[in-house]
Design a protein. Structure first.
Length: 393
């Protein structure tokens, strides 16, 4: 297929090719880049010169000789530029400053003062500015801000179409933030943001088709198909937690019944533990740490509850495998702390219920939980869009 576009578009495509090859392979010489891109040496030299001038690429060291003088190797200048990622939650903001590899350089965790859209976004702006000032990061070296939040998001417009936890509808998040920050802002569903970060530097770095499933306050899935995040017609693809686990079953926060989240998300686990076991019902504030403590202490009822929830999630993941045939699934979110009592039945049910052959080569990776993983995903989202994205033609 011949791509048509003006000289600027062609240069942008070549730029993205070079940047992504350096991201995927590490240090490369100009001749290697020409071979891998199938561009002329002159074209590669021009693109590399532009990227060096912009501070995105640097000449690192000499490589092994290939019949003449040792080639000069080129590397991405990961530490020369930064991004900010924000995870918006019901009660708090998690904000990180990262380099272009999404390594966290500084972070803030602050309680929300208000969930009203304008007040909350004003707090985001203030906290981002505080983080930048405290870290000494120049705004001139900031590629942009990424925002991840639960719900249906229109990433093209940067609008929160619907947030079930914040009760927002049609909030123009990107416009409100860009007006004040004067930097590119990218907004997406938090699980899609996590998938973008996995695609750049995580388990999905070399994969074209994979899913990120997250478990915790809710349950969601980020789908990468053909190297692109799949968002569906309205930005709502991946609502794994609202697939039906039991028709007419337990009530879900979304207003329907029988959703997977009503059985396997952390709030549902706490509710079911209280319903089944009187010793937990009497506690005013029963939290997930106490549930885990009971499981680790040998409470057979809690272990059985976790196993049931894990199996339900595994069946839902098997349905996802049967529909999309991914090469891997990454399990992430705070729910991974539920441990083997939850995760082992999950994987067993996944492989048992997947269609013949589709799970044979499927890789399942458990992403260790860290408090900043969601915000890192949001930073990865803006890095992917501003630095590594190939322009559409």
């Amino acid at each position: 297929m011949i791509l048509k576009g003006d000289q600027s578009t062609v240069r942008s495509i070549n730029r993205a090719l070079v940047l992504n090859l350096l991201r995927q392979h590490g240090a490369l010489g100009r001749n290697e880049l020409a071979e891998l891109t199938r561009l002329s040496s002159a074209a590669v030299t021009g693109v590399v010169a532009e990227l060096i001038e912009q501070g995105l690429v640097l000449e690192a060291r000499s490589g092994p000789p290939r019949g003449g003088r040792p080639p000069v190797l080129l590397e991405l200048a990961y530490d020369a530029w930064h991004a900010v990622g924000v995870k918006v939650m019901e009660e708090a903001l998690e904000i990180v400053l990262t380099n272009l590899r999404t390594d966290v350089l500084a972070r803030r965790h602050v309680a929300l003062g208000s969930t009203e859209p304008e007040a909350l976004l004003e707090q985001v702006i203030a906290q981002v500015q505080t983080l930048l000032e405290a870290s000494g990061c120049s705004s001139e070296r900031l590629v942009g801000l990424g925002v991840g939040m639960a719900g249906v998001i229109d990433p093209a417009e940067g609008t929160c179409v619907y947030s079930p936890f914040l009760h927002w509808q049609q909030v123009p998040v990107r416009r409100l933030l860009e007006e004040r920050l004067e930097k590119p802002v990218h907004v997406d569903n938090d699980v899609n943001a996590l998938a973008a970060a996995e695609m750049l530097f995580g388990q999905g770095k070399g994969a074209r088709n994979f899913a990120v499933a997250t478990v915790g306050r809710g349950i969601g899935a980020g789908l990468v198909i053909g190297g692109e995040i799949y968002r569906g017609a309205d930005g709502g693809a991946g609502e794994l937690g609202h697939t039906v686990s039991e028709a007419g079953g337990r009530p879900c926060e979304c207003g329907k019944r029988g959703c997977l989240e009503a059985y396997a998300a952390e709030p549902a686990l706490l509710e079911q533990a209280k319903e089944r076991f009187p010793e937990f019902r009497r506690r005013r504030r029963f939290q997930i740490a106490e549930l885990l403590e009971a499981a680790e202490g040998g409470h057979e009822g809690i272990r059985a509850l976790l196993a049931e929830a894990g199996e339900r999630l595994g069946v839902a993941l098997a349905n996802l495998v049967n529909l999309f045939n991914p090469e891997m699934i990454v399990i992430a979110g705070e729910g991974v702390r539920l441990g083997g009592s939850f995760l082992e039945p999950m994987e067993e049910a996944l492989r048992r219920n997947a269609f013949n052959g589709l799970a044979q080569r499927l890789q399942v990776h458990i992403r260790p939980w860290g408090d900043d993983i969601w915000a890192r995903g949001a930073a990865g989202l803006t890095i992917q869009r501003e630095v590594f994205a190939r322009p559409r033609v």
